[in-house]
Design a protein around this ligand. Structure first.
Ligand code: C2E
Ligand code: MG
Ligand code: MG
Length: 558
């Protein structure tokens, strides 16, 4: 067998180009050639070119480790694939004590019905600089550390290795954005590559790791007792820290596997929850997933299991929270807010399920459903000859990836034949990306009224205001209540109102809970309010009753 290998490498090393080979196992024959040498036919024992390279003593330890198991299975016919196989393996040979050279071997394997290899055609060549570079880039993103492959690897490992306990350890750099801001993005990227390199060396073959996103990494490791985990994390942290004298710290979240039937995605999420809980805690940077987090995850799973049928069964309801003119005390509009009427559990608030739907994408369907409810209701009011008030609907930021949502709303408005001005769109102010900004602009171009929801609840308010063409500001409840507490805060509110009017924006305050707040807002020039002081979000029939009563009062006084 080694004779064949030597022949092959001899052809390759001494003459440039590629070595081609064809092996016919039924005849125990193989042909070998390169561009300059004529094909030679050789009779040999059952020859496995991958194994020959692995046994040559020249391949690097790392690559032998990578392909060893695979080569055996491949030619033993125990790999479970039905079709002929085309594959490429790339490996390094030690050509001298100090020099390694990258080679690529491409193989086409013909198989018999019983899975045994009957013939192999292939080529072997020295890789170009360009190929090596591409490989390194690809390797970084798509080897077994690719999150998808990683998920299936760990699932296999955890299910098959019942002897060991397993822990998921997720970590990230606290305020990684600061590193990019301080040192520049290329240095930030270099640091992440460094982490990857450290993990490659620090983790042994029983420990799997992957970069999940940006600066978030995951390690799955067997352990005996908790001390093992602390020791592992402390050692890792030490090696990861202080790259090129830079200062940064880590947050680690740990999930200890109990029920091995839980999908690995959920286990990983649990480690993520544990990690996010300890963020900002300077004294303790390792968090363990605990019982309350466990409940949260369980309810997440229940919600995910039920959401689709809930939509089909009409369990999601549109409630309306009236918007009032403060000076006239009359209803001037409504916000559509979803409620989940879950059989057996009663009405569930959106804060319990919207964040989950935003994560899993179901919010797209739910929002469209609520938009349609709003359009249907407006259509009914118009048909019945009422003077309808506009309804504002929430547009989750998940929609803002493309313009589809505008087309969908446009289609609904057409279908129910309602004026565009009757359906207003609320978009939360935390619009982080340029794309979202462009979507808001596009919606505006289509003639919709855009409300900037939750204004004042995050640091980006003024920035968003500057760059995005909203029509109306909705002052957030937290902004209102916390700023009302001091004279200085009140001044900020009153100036925000003045500034908004100055630049031609409409205004409404949400979360108005007291007469004092309403009067203060009115004095400052904000005459529209929504909040518990006036009414909570209520079912459609109750809202219609409110409007009717208001109408009757008007008639009585006129
Ligand atoms: P939001 O759009 O800012 O809606 C206002 C929230 O504040 C509503 O909570 C409302 O009930 C509550 N609220 C109004 N006035 C007061 C008050 O005086 N005091 C207090 N403490 N709260 C008040 P809700 O209905 O629980 O909705 C929470 C959030 O869930 C909404 O905030 C919105 O972001 C989201 N949401 C609700 N329905 C939908 C929907 O159909 N689609 C989408 N994408 N998001 C929705
Ligand atoms: Mg809203
Ligand atoms: Mg709001």
């Amino acid at each position: 067998m080694n004779g064949c290998y030597e022949k092959m490498t001899d052809l390759l090393m001494n003459k440039s180009g590629k070595v081609y080979f064809y092996i016919d196992y039924s005849q125990n024959e193989w042909f070998i050639a390169n561009q300059s040498a004529a094909p030679e036919c050789m009779i040999s024992e059952r020859y496995n070119p991958v194994e020959a390279i692995l046994n040559s003593g020249k391949i690097t330890e790392e690559d032998r480790g990578l392909y060893g198991d695979f080569a055996g299975k491949l030619y033993a016919g125990t790999l479970s694939c039905i079709a002929d196989i085309k594959l490429k393996i790339q490996f390094r040979l030690n050509v001298s004590d100090t020099e390694q050279v990258w080679y690529s071997m491409e193989l086409l394997l013909g198989k018999a019905d019983d899975g045994r290899i009957t013939e192999t055609a292939g080529q072997l060549y020295k890789m170009s600089e360009r190929e090596i570079m591409d490989r390194n880039i690809l390797h970084f993103y798509t080897n077994d550390r690719n999150p998808w492959i990683f998920a299936s690897l760990i699932e296999n490992r955890i299910k098959n290795d019942r002897k060991n306990n397993y822990a998921f350890i997720q970590f990230d750099v606290v305020k990684f954005k600061l590193i990019n801001d301080t040192y520049g993005e290329p240095i930030g990227t270099e640091l992440l590559h460094h982490f990857n390199d450290v993990l490659s060396v620090y983790c042994n073959e029983t420990q799997l790791f992957s970069r999940l996103s940006a600066d978030v990494f995951m390690v799955v490791t067997p352990y005996n007792d908790i001390e093992d985990i602390y020791r592992f994390i402390k050692g890792l942290e030490k090696r990861l820290s202080g790259y090129n004298g830079m200062k940064y710290s880590f947050a680690f979240g740990v999930y200890l596997v109990e029920d091995r039937s839980v999908p690995s995605r959920i286990m990983g999420d649990s480690a993520g929850i544990a990690r996010s809980q300890i963020k900002g805690n300077a004294l303790e940077n390792i968090g363990f997933y605990n019982d309350s987090q466990k409940k949260l995850l369980k309810s997440k799973k229940i919600i995910e299991d039920k959401m689709k049928t809930a939509l089909e069964n009409g369990e999601f309801l549109m409630y309306l929270q009236p918007k009032y003119s403060i000076s006239d005390n009359t209803i001037i509009g409504a916000e559509a807010l979803v409620r989940w009427n879950q059989p057996g559990s009663g009405i569930i608030s959106p804060s319990e399920f919207i964040p989950i739907f935003e994560q899993n994408g179901f919010i797209i369907k739910l929002d469209e459903y609520i938009w349609e409810c709003a359009c249907k209701l407006l259509h009914k009011w118009i048909e019945l000859g009422y003077k309808p008030v506009p309804i504002s609907v929430n547009v989750s930021r998940v929609h803002l990836k493309n313009t589809d949502f505008i087309d969908n709303i446009e289609a609904l408005v057409k279908k129910y034949d309602i004026p565009k001005s009757m359906l207003e769109l609320e978009i939360t102010e935390t619009i982080e990306n340029i794309n979202a900004n462009a979507m808001v602009k596009a919606a505006k171009k289509h003639g919709f009224t855009l409300l900037m929801d939750d204004f004042g609840s995050s640091y980006s308010s003024l920035n968003t205001l500057k760059s995005t063409p909203f029509d109306v500001l909705k002052i957030d409840r937290s902004f209102l209540s916390s700023f009302m507490e001091s004279e200085r805060g009140q001044k900020i509110i009153s100036h925000t109102i003045a500034m908004s009017k100055d630049i031609g924006l409409g205004l409404i305050a949400e979360g108005v809970e007291t007469a004092e707040q309403a009067n203060f807002l009115c004095d400052c020039g904000c005459n529209a309010a929504q909040g518990f002081y006036y009414s909570k979000a209520i079912p459609i029939e109750d809202f219609e009753r409110l409007i009717e009563e208001e109408q009757k009062q008007k008639e009585a006084t006129s």
